[in-house]
Design a protein around this ligand. Sequence first.
Ligand code: BTN
Length: 326
Amino acid sequence: MKSEILNALRTTGGYVSGQELCRRLGVSRTAVWKEIRQLREDGYEIEAIQNKGYRLCRVPDSISEAELKSRMETVWAGQHLIHLDTVDSTNDYLKRMAEEGAPHGTLVVAEYQTKGKGRRGRSWVTPPGSTIAMSILVRPELEPEKVSMMTLVAGLSVAQSVREITGLEAEIKWPNDVVVHGKKLSGTLTEMSMEMGAVHYLVIGTGINANVMEFPEELQSTVTSLELELGAKADRGALICAYMKAFERNYERFMQSGDMSFLLEEYHGLLANRNREVRVLEPGNEYNGIAEGINSRGQLLVKKEGGTVTEVYAGEVSVRGIYQYV
Ligand code: BTN
């Protein structure tokens, strides 16, 4: 009910009478009043004026279920959502839910992860309550060898939503890191469950450094946050909802062809590595070249000295900038 009240107050912009809220929600005046009181306790500033009704004046930095539900503009992505204060890892939590039959599009967000996981076995450590740690569950009909492309779909969606909500010039470092001014803002870890050679489900987990002002010294030259870039706190709720909307749209385009064909242009438009010199680190094989872009299978095309173009698959390979992070 909280999310419906928030939604009504938000979409109206001005005052909504208590009577109107009762009508829309199909509940009594007392029930509406109780919810308003609880919202105030959660940090929402709601003005109440006799004969006019209620008006939303200020919203706390919240990613609660009610807050996200009241702002979600999707058909399926994030429509079923869970907010947790503390969790081991949103990816692990969602995998457990997936095993129990959670629906396609389920979103888990957490304020704090005790065992956040990064790519290649690394850990993902972030302070409590100020960043974004989220995972979405999808159940695509897709061959396992195509799964790594889904991580590009997520990276593209993060970059687009960061641009939309903050105005920052977010770009993609292939395959899915999102960077601002050459520093890492966000990373994605996609995990797959297979059954009899087919994809059972995917959990796509994304961490975005949102309202973090300080990083350990060894990371300071390569990592950034929204707050550092903006000089102000970012609206985490708006960003999560924008990400869900972008992800839903991009996912559907991706599934139309089962590859990156329909997303190629948008991805290229945001690809930070494009036409830059990169170093490719494959197990047992390292070389430099110019990153020309991606093909429809999501592979990075790297032109080596001498002119041969190699197709780099987003698996165990790492691609670095020669002079800096990108
Ligand atoms: C990377 O190494 O760049 C990927 C980082 C992915 C971190 C996110 S935070 C939410 C989700 N849960 C995890 O344990 N990891 C991902």
